[in-house]
Ligand binder design. Structure first.
Ligand code: CDT
Length: 320
C-alpha cells in the first residue's frame, strides 16, 4: 500500500469587500485542522482568495487588475502567512488565484506548492465558460471569457516527491472548475498516469440558460440539486475511467447575500466512489486516507490504455 492523507478544503462565502486578511485567516484555520490530522496535501478552490469577480462588470485597467496577482503568488504579502503556515506544517497546497503576467496577460490559475514551499507546477484554466461581452437583462454576469485568456500550459502531470509513498512520489494533475466537465482534460492527465487530480470550482446555483432572457435564469432548489448532480457525475465518471483519485474543492455560500454557489466538496476514489463529502456550505475540511496503489488494478485491466485505446479512430475529436 501507498497510504497518504489528503484533504479538499471548502471555502464559504466571500463578499466583494471581504479583505484578503480575513480569507487568509480562514484558510489558515483549515490548515490547522489538516495539521492536527496529519494531512499531507490540502486542495483549495478556484480563485480562492476573492469573491468570484467575473460575475461583475469591471472596467479594464487598474480597477480590474487589482483582482489579480503578479509574480510569485507565494510571495504576495497578503497571502504570505498562508503559504508560510503550510510550509511550517509541511503541508503541500494546491490553490487557485487570478494571475497577471509581466506581459499583461490575465489567467485563471492554480499553483501546486510542495511541503517545503517549492512551486512544483502552475496550471492555467483551459475551458473558460461564460461570455466576453456582458449580457443584458441578467441579474449577474459570467465574464470569464472577458477577464481571462485561455490557458497555455496544457495539462501537465508531474511528480510530487518527498511524501514517503515511493515510486518518486504521487503523480499529480490540476484542473480548474469548467475543465472538470470535459473528458479531454482528464484523459490527457490520465494518459500521463495522474494518480491525484486537484480541482477547484465556483459553480453558481443558477445559470443563464438562454442569453438575453432573464426569465431563463433558473434559481431553485431543483437547479441546485441538478448542478450538484452534474458536479458529482463529472468527478465520479472521470476519476473512474482514468483510475485516479480526485480532490474537488468548492468555493461556496451566498456571496454578498445574493450570489449563491453550490457546495459539494468531495474526494473521489479510482472506482468513481465518493469517499468523503462536505456537509455544509461553509468553510470545511473534507479529508480521507487514500491508497495510491488502488489506482493500479483497474489500470492494469479494464482501463489498460495501451491495450484497449484506439487513438487512430479519434481524428474527429481533434478536428477544428
Ligand atoms: N467557474 C466556472 O468555471 N463555473 C462554471 C459554470 C459557468 S456557467 C456560465 C462551471 O463549470 O461550474
Amino acid at each position: 500500500t501507498r497510504l497518504l492523507k489528503v484533504a479538499a478544503a471548502q471555502v464559504g462565502k466571500i463578499d466583494i469587500d471581504t479583505p484578503y486578511e480575513e480569507v487568509v485567516q480562514r484558510m489558515i484555520a483549515l490548515l490547522d485542522q489538516a495539521h492536527d490530522k496529519g494531512i499531507k496535501l490540502v486542495n483549495f478552490p478556484e480563485l480562492t482568495f476573492t469573491t468570484f469577480f467575473p460575475r461583475h462588470i469591471i472596467p479594464f485597467g487598474p480597477e480590474l487588475d487589482k483582482w489579480y496577482q503578479k509574480g510569485d503568488v507565494t510571495k504576495f504579502d497578503p497571502f504570505k502567512p498562508f503559504f508560510e503556515k503550510a510550509k511550517e506544517y509541511g503541508i503541500a497546497v494546491c490553490v487557485g488565484y487570478a494571475e497577471l503576467t509581466d506581459d499583461d496577460e490575465h489567467y485563471n490559475t492554480s499553483v501546486f506548492v510542495d511541503q517545503a514551499g517549492n512551486n512544483l507546477n502552475k496550471y492555467r484554466k483551459m475551458f473558460l465558460p461564460g461570455d466576453k461581452e456582458p449580457l443584458e437583462n441578467v441579474p449577474w454576469q459570467h465574464l470569464e471569457k472577458r477577464y481571462f485568456l485561455e490557458g497555455n500550459l496544457n495539462w501537465k502531470a508531474f511528480r510530487w516527491p518527498g511524501t514517503g509513498t515511493g515510486h518518486g512520489g504521487p503523480i499529480i494533475g490540476q484542473l480548474i472548475c469548467n475543465d472538470r466537465r470535459w473528458p479531454e482534460s482528464w484523459k490527457i492527465l490520465g494518459l500521463q498516469g495522474a494518480e491525484i487530480v486537484c480541482i477547484g470550482y465556483n459553480t453558481p446555483v443558477s445559470n443563464v440558460v438562454e442569453p438575453g432572457k432573464a426569465s431563463q435564469m433558473v434559481n431553485s432548489d431543483s437547479s441546485e440539486a441538478m448542478a450538484t448532480f452534474h458536479n458529482e457525475l463529472c468527478l465520479q465518471y472521470n476519476s473512474y475511467h482514468n483510475c485516479c483519485y480526485s480532490l474537488c474543492s468548492a468555493r461556496t455560500g451566498v456571496d454578498d447575500g445574493k450570489y449563491s454557489l453550490i457546495a459539494g466538496t468531495t474526494i473521489v476514489d479510482p472506482q468513481g466512489v465518493i469517499i468523503a463529502k462536505s456537509k455544509t456550505n461553509e468553510d470545511e475540511l473534507v479529508w480521507a486516507e487514500i491508497d495510491l496503489d488502488s489506482c493500479y488494478p483497474p489500470r492494469n485491466r479494464a482501463f489498460n490504455f495501451a491495450r484497449h485505446r484506439r487513438p487512430e479512430e479519434y481524428k474527429l475529436i481533434v478536428e477544428q
